[in-house]
Design a protein around this ligand. Structure first.
Ligand code: URA
Length: 434
């Protein structure tokens, strides 16, 4: 077999066998297939796509390319959750303690942010002392004894995906459904959960800009999960505006803690309840989604969810006083207010631009190696549907370095569309694929 022949076959739209896919993927991982041939192969997939069987095989090959986690020593059904990436998406910080407080063990591996989207691991590192790298023993012990652990992915989890993703990132081959679905699902399969709840974001801040393509992605991932024997459900959720009112690491931790205390933004709490309900149902903690929703809301009202968050911070070495004293998060004290240029309503927001504005302040990375500033970001005082007066503050930028402050302010101002008419209410959950 030669890489040339596999590229040619895919380029001509012919279905590849498992052996051919394995030959390309593992050859690339082992350094036998050079970057230029893998790049050509990925571009052929981009234009010719993959059949369900090809996708399934690609996912399995990538999932088996490194370590796989065995969660079987943890009693009960283990359910993972994954978001396809959004702006202001601090769901895991709220959802993990909520579902754990309801009795579902959470053994979560999360990622870092890239580009305009944030990542849970960066956010957690805004908590002084919090360790996101635990040994496998400590990870398992914490889940067994405390019902919760949230860590960064081990270096050797689906290394084929890591290497291919880096190449896709520089060859304009990220946004192809089979490639995204197999990339996400290979990591989920390797991470060992019995069930998977997917949050597929749709809108201006997401990879998938419309409901039709988000549905295709959701179907592809649910199909891969089920074929691998994992109960899998996907929610299609709104990313036409950022989730909650903050974007940026320490700011998002603050908002997550406020939400766990019952004082958070409605959209964030609702999303956590909806995703959590699917998790509790798959995990057999609740019989119906309505029972699960009630349990999750009660976990906030009773204070059990915020206490579980405190416990998570303590067992991973963080300063749990942050729960009572949010100033310990070290949010920058330098602020800049962006004012409304006119009267009216916020008619729409471009979530990607909000993410870029936050990134320009230093909260995000353009390259994997970039260092980020955890103390900066954006607080949105006005969001879609809110009335505004000329000169009123739309949002507050928290910054340290003045270098990109004005371009960030300009970017975020361009993210707001202000009109005289009030926009129609948008749904938070567009649909469920299962
Ligand atoms: N997230 C991933 O992990 N992979 C993709 O391809 C896209 C988003």
């Amino acid at each position: 077999m030669r890489p040339y022949d596999v590229i040619l076959k895919k380029r001509n739209g012919i279905e590849l066998s498992k052996e051919e896919i394995e030959f390309m993927v593992m050859g690339f991982v082992n350094g036998e297939v050079p970057d230029y041939q893998m790049a050509a192969f990925l571009m052929a997939v981009y234009f010719r796509h993959m059949s369900e069987t090809e996708r399934y095989n690609l996912t399995e090959i990538m999932a088996r390319s490194g370590d796989t986690i065995d969660l079987s020593p943890i009693p009960g059904v283990k359910v993972d959750k994954h978001s396809t990436g959004g702006v202001g998406d601090k769901t895991t910080l709220v959802l993990a303690p909520m579902v754990s407080a309801c009795g579902l063990p959470v053994a979560k591996m999360s990622g870092r942010g890239l580009g305009h989207t944030g990542g849970t691991i960066d956010k957690l590192e805004a908590i002084p002392g919090f360790r996101t790298a635990l040994s496998e023993e400590e990870f398992m012990k914490n889940v067994k004894e405390h019902g919760i652990a949230v860590v960064g992915q081990t270096a050797n989890l689906a290394p084929a995906d890591k290497k291919i993703y880096a190449l896709r990132d520089v060859t304009a081959t990220i946004d192809e459904i089979s490639l995204i679905a197999s990339s996400i699902m290979s990591k989920k399969l390797a991470a060992g959960a019995d069930g998977i709840v997917l949050d597929v974001k749709v809108g201006s801040g997401a990879f998938m800009k419309d409901i039709a393509s988000a549905t295709d992605l959701a179907r592809a991932m649910v199909d891969i999960g089920k074929r691998h024997g994992r109960e899998t459900v996907a929610l299609l959720t709104n990313m036409d505006r950022p989730l909650g009112r903050t974007v940026g690491n320490a700011l998002e931790v603050k908002e997550a803690i406020e939400t766990l205390k019952g004082n958070g933004p409605e959209d964030l709490e609702e999303l956590c309840v909806e995703l959590g309900a699917q998790m509790l149902k798959i995990g057999k903690i609740a019989e119906t989604l309505d029972d699960a929703r009630k349990m999750l809301k009660d976990s906030i009202k009773s204070g059990k969810a915020v206490e579980k968050f405190r416990e998570l911070v303590e067992i991973q070495g963080g300063n749990s006083n942050v729960v009572d004293d949010l100033s310990l998060l070290g949010i920058s004290s330098k602020t800049y207010e962006v004012k409304s240029p006119g009267d009216g309503y916020v008619y729409s927001m471009n979530a990607e631009r909000v993410g870029i504005a936050s990134m320009l302040l230093g909260a995000g990375r353009t390259k994997k190696e970039d260092k980020i500033d955890l103390s900066v970001g954006v607080e949105l005082l006005k969001k879609t549907g809110d009335e505004v007066k000329k000169g009123e503050t739309l949002c507050v930028l928290y910054y340290n370095d003045e270098k990109n402050l004005l371009s960030s302010a300009d970017t975020i101002l361009n993210a707001y569309e202000i009109k005289n008419t009030k926009p129609k209410e948008e749904k938070l959950v567009h649909g469920v694929v299962q």
